[in-house]
Design a binder for this molecule. Structure first.
Ligand code: B12
Ligand code: SF4
Length: 272
């Protein structure tokens, strides 16, 4: 797919951007996106702490990065979906492993790191209230390298598909941000000059369909007041078909249908 588009990669690493926003304000942070960037020894040597994230499918590169940083004498911390699914594997290679969502406790972890008393494993069982999660640090991105931006409105899904890690990592009760929080994230992307596709990366956008409807209405107003700069897409369970009012609100907010019948083919149609 990457050969078909001019950008270097598709989606930003939203987990790391979110963690960056949770870090103490006096930490200087740099982001290296391994989907298109080389990691140099100098990058590792620059840092006091190397923080790594990824999915199981990216585990080889994650483990190589952790071991490289360790060889160069640097402290490492790993979190995200793979660390949450198989922490015992990563405990061998990382100094600190975070299981779960640290949104409400990261300030404590950071203070322990600064005091030199951070634990090897943080197994965070409580699901955080995402309505307190700060705007991700989109400013750390080399934004022009991406084909799409990502924002997240909710975490968790009420279904139980047997192949899916969502319910074990993020739970069955969908937790949502406030619509104003999401429009603040759009403001941040808009201020950085982004005018293109925005993926709402929820596990299931309509896990809480009432909140999804409220959000779609807020998105519609936001788009109207900004000249409709964004084209939204998301993931949702098929029972969305039973909610025509929600579909209509999503269409009005400029969610697009990428099915072949619609004639919309992602970037091409939007960008001419
Ligand atoms: C968007 C998305 C994608 C996008 C790509 C996103 C990207 N940038 O690469 C697309 C659609 C391309 C995609 C593809 C795939 N995906 Co995907 N994806 C997602 C989804 C829905 C959202 C990701 C996201 O942005 N989350 C938002 C951030 C804020 O959440 P987070 O990363 O969990 O971060 C939080 C914590 O984990 C933690 N954290 C994260 N990183 C770190 C790091 C440190 C140091 C610390 C302290 C904390 C920390 O803090 C954050 C705040 O709480 C997730 C599910 C989910 N809810 O996350 C699945 C998910 C990550 N994907 C998954 C899978 C399986 C895949 C595929 C392999 C599917 C397939 N078979 O092809 C492919 C792999 C593509 C590839 N080769 O890279 C699985 C991963 C399972 C696992 N245990 O590793 C998930 C969990 C979904 C599932 N159904 O189980 N995916
Ligand atoms: S509907 Fe989607 S997110 Fe929910 S459990 Fe099934 S596959 Fe996972």
């Amino acid at each position: 797919m990457m050969e078909l588009i001019p950008e270097e990669t598709i989606h930003p690493p939203l987990g790391l951007l979110t963690v960056a926003a949770l870090c103490p304000k006096d930490w200087t942070i740099r982001l290296i996106d391994r989907s298109f960037e080389d990691l140099k020894d100098a990058d590792i040597l620059w840092a006091d702490l190397v923080m790594v994230s990824g999915m199981r499918v990216q585990k080889d590169d994650m483990r190589r990065t952790l071991l490289r940083a360790r060889r160069l004498g640097k402290r490492t911390m790993v979190g995200g979906p793979y660390a949450s699914s198989e922490p015992q594997v990563l405990l061998k290679e990382a100094d600190h492993v975070i299981v779960g969502e640290p949104d409400e406790v990261f300030h404590e972890i950071a203070a322990e790191l600064e005091r030199g008393s951070a634990k090897r494993l943080y197994d965070i069982k409580d699901k955080p209230d995402v309505s307190k999660t700060p705007v991700p640090r989109f400013d750390l991105l080399k934004i022009k390298k991406y084909a799409s931006m990502s924002v997240q409105f909710s975490r968790g899904c009420p279904f139980q598909c047997e192949f899916c890690d969502i319910i074990t990592i993020y739970g069955r009760k969908p937790r949502t941000k406030a619509p104003s929080q999401l429009t603040a994230e759009l403001d941040a992307l808009f201020a950085l000059g982004w005018r293109d596709q925005v993926f709402i990366v929820d596990d299931n956008f309509i896990g809480n369909h009432k909140r999804a409807f409220e959000l779609a209405q807020s998105l519609q107003e936001w788009q109207q007041s900004h000249g409709t700069p964004f084209l939204f897409y998301t993931e949702a369970s098929m029972d969305l078909a039973q909610r025509p009012e929600l579909i209509e609100a999503m269409v009005k907010a400029n969610f697009f249908d990428s099915s072949p019948k619609s004639g919309m083919v992602g970037n091409g149609v939007f960008r001419q």
